[in-house]
Design a protein around this ligand. Structure first.
Ligand code: FAD
Ligand code: SF4
Length: 401
């Protein structure tokens, strides 16, 4: 009888861009890295699936059937994934329960939320850290008011004669110059494209990013974000190394009449701006399909694109803003505004031609999910079941960081 096999979660070192997204997303600390590779510790991986959707390259979605799980030390030495050891045999009946759970959960939650059925085909990974594209900064505009301690920038990168095709919802990687504390090149940092596919300036080979300067860590302690400070300080004419594009799921539908429900905070506005601008430029075509946007920030002065957003026609978009620290106004988060607009939210969520996008701070995810669950429950709808259907149909997309 063939010896029992286990299914092991691994990371493909040939595809991984060492961006650290998976390690930050794993609730169990099962992902670790050294100067060579990002790897998954077999004993600690419970199969929560949290690391899979955020990985921009798909390197994380690698699996092997093994006789004996590979150790961290072995994985750190790889330059390519080893072969599967199954030789076609099925998994043995005595595979540990956690491995079965991992497999089932990974299938249900893996990065395989498909794109909307009518999305355009994205180009992915045209430029790697070893062979990045070079772009020129042609604009760097502060979006937040000068007296605000939040510095968010609208950065425009021009690719000249280098092909860098992107779709709304995709991200690009930025390689900060210099070396990290270990003397090796910095990890790639990801930024959402904030302009539509035909460019920030139509028919020019350029794109826009929305970058927040990181001056404190997630606990509020002072910190100097390597890539964000580098980007925010760039002046016109500077050259930037760009990888990507990445992302083949968080894309917008192309068919007329598709509804969009967008929920975002802070720089999570970037992909929403790209999609809205795409729709705005196509308004004369009368393709229909409304947009409902919930957008949260501390105050109007810290809400990127506040001015232009307020000038968009009501026929294009219904904008609902939540401020958590605006003087003279009650403290509100996006989920509070969603609850206040429950009927409108439900109209979107229950429409089979509605596509939902959530982007921004990681901590918004829970509040938004709770609001959707409560709103659905009050109308006799099971949100979790509804969400699973929407995910399977490529109609529910989350990108939080
Ligand atoms: C899919 C995806 C899309 C993203 N899109 C955007 C975008 O459109 N605009 C944008 O500004 N950022 C975006 N980010 C975040 C971005 O990739 C960087 O993580 C962020 O700019 C910080 O990088 P840094 O090099 O400046 O900080 P680092 O030098 O990497 O970190 C410095 C310190 O800041 C903490 N830190 C890291 N990231 C954040 C953060 N976002 N907020 C607060 N503290 C942080 C770290 O824990 C560390 O202590 C995105 C991330 C992902 C995964
Ligand atoms: S998220 Fe994907 S690309 Fe980034 S380090 Fe993890 S496996 Fe590599």
């Amino acid at each position: 009888m063939a010896p029992p096999l286990a299914r092991q979660h691994l990371i493909d070192p040939e595809v991984c861009i060492r961006c650290n997204t998976c390690e930050a997303a794993c609730p169990r600390g099962a992902i670790t890295h050294d100067r060579n590779n990002y790897v998954v510790r077999y004993e600690d991986c419970t199969g929560s699936g949290d690391c899979l959707p955020p990985c921009p390259t798909g390197a994380i979605d690698s699996w092997r059937q093994v006789l004996k799980p590979w150790t961290v030390e072995e994985q750190l030495g790889w330059s390519a994934l080893p072969a599967d050891q199954s030789h076609g045999e099925p998994l043995a009946g005595d595979v540990p329960a956690d491995v079965e759970a991992l497999t089932a959960r990974a299938t249900a939650t893996s990065g395989h939320v498909p794109p909307p059925w009518s999305a355009a085909h994205p180009y992915v990974g045209l430029y790697s850290p070893e062979g990045p594209a070079e772009a020129t900064v042609v604009g760097n505009l502060r979006l937040t008011s000068d007296d605000s301690d939040s510095d968010i920038r609208h950065l425009v990168l021009d690719f000249g004669r280098v092909a860098f095709p992107v779709l709304e919802g995709q991200t690009v990687g930025i390689i900060p110059p210099g070396l990290d504390a270990h003397g090796r090149p910095h990890n790639v940092r990801l930024y959402s494209v904030a302009s539509p596919r035909d460019g920030e300036r139509p028919r020019h080979n350029n794109l826009a990013l929305t970058v927040k300067r990181v001056v404190s860590d997630r606990d509020g302690k002072p910190a100097h974000g390597v890539a964000s400070n580098y980007l925010c300080d760039l002046t016109r004419g500077a050259r930037v190394q760009v990888t990507g594009p990445y992302g083949s799921s968080f894309l917008m539908p192309n068919h007329p009449g598709a509804r969009l429900l967008m929920i975002c905070t802070g720089t999570g506005a970037a992909p929403m701006r790209a999609m809205t601008e795409r729709r705005r430029r196509r308004l004369p075509l009368n393709e229909g399909g409304d947009i409902l946007l919930f957008f949260g920030a501390r105050s109007p002065h810290e809400l990127p694109y506040h001015g232009p957003l307020m000038k968009l026609p009501g026929a294009l978009i219904d904008v609902d803003l939540a401020y958590s620290r605006a003087p003279g106004r009650p403290k509100e988060y996006v989920q509070d505004r969603m609850r206040a607009r429950g009927d409108d939210v439900l109209r979107h969520v229950l429409d089979d031609d509605c596509f939902v996008y959530v982007c921004g701070h990681k901590r918004m995810e829970e509040g938004v999910t709770e609001a959707l669950r409560d709103l659905c429950r009050a109308r006799g709808v099971d949100w979790d079941a509804r969400r699973d259907v929407m995910k399977r149909e490529g109609r529910f997309h989350i990108e939080t960081y």
